[in-house]
Ligand binder design. Structure first.
Ligand code: PCA
Length: 183
């Protein structure tokens, strides 16, 4: 059976729990329209994350949806593009701070989402969730991982979800809806 890979992130900064990691794990093994969901946890540290990611993308899955929490917004953002930029003062989980580095040396300045983002947004909105399309995934790990995946797999996309731990059930349902539209 073909797989849809879901990636989520572990803790970082003040976030000792990360809804993205918990939500994707709750969906691990789910079968949707002939596809099997496979959840992958990534540390919020670039080198370690891309190493795990490269293993997870072999053999190439049918699609990848990456998920991360947003500390700034309490809605759902479907990211339209990822930039070839890593630039952050908030130390990652390996204690690293990065200024003006590319995700991929000589890679294109940006790559776009290839998942059906408008349809996913519509499904979330119909479920009563506040969802929007976004053209700024930041310059931290979410952007970097989205860029890395979108350079290697199509369709690929990224969903930023609310960080409040008490909203995990809702976040899980939102990711499930995104998977269903993708499948
Ligand atoms: N959110 C961060 C990285 C990990 C996560 O869940 C971000 O938006 O870049």
């Amino acid at each position: 059976m073909e797989t849809i890979v879901l990636t989520g992130f572990g803790p970082f900064g003040d976030h000792t729990e990360n809804n993205s990691e918990h939500a994707v794990h709750r969906l691990d093994g789910l079968e949707v329209h002939g596809f099997k969901v496979r959840a992958v946890s990534l540390p919020v540290a670039f080198e370690q994350a891309v190493e795990l990611l490269d293993e997870a993308l072999e053999p190439e899955p049918a699609a990848v949806l990456s998920v991360g929490i947003s500390s700034e917004d309490d809605g759902y953002q479907l990211e339209l593009l990822a930039r070839n930029l890593r630039d952050y003062r908030l130390p990652d989980a390996a204690g690293q701070v990065v200024t003006g580095q590319p995700v991929e040396v000589d890679g294109p300045p940006q790559v776009v989402a290839t998942l059906p983002v408008a349809s996913i947004k519509q499904a979330l909105t119909q479920a009563g969730l506040r969802a929007q399309l976004s053209d700024d995934a930041g310059a931290y790990l979410c952007n970097a991982i989205f860029y890395w995946v979108a350079r290697r797999v199509s369709p690929a996309g990224f969903l930023h979800v609310p960080s409040a731990p008490e909203r995990l059930d809702e976040v899980t349902e939102a990711v499930r809806l995104a998977v269903e539209v993708t499948a």
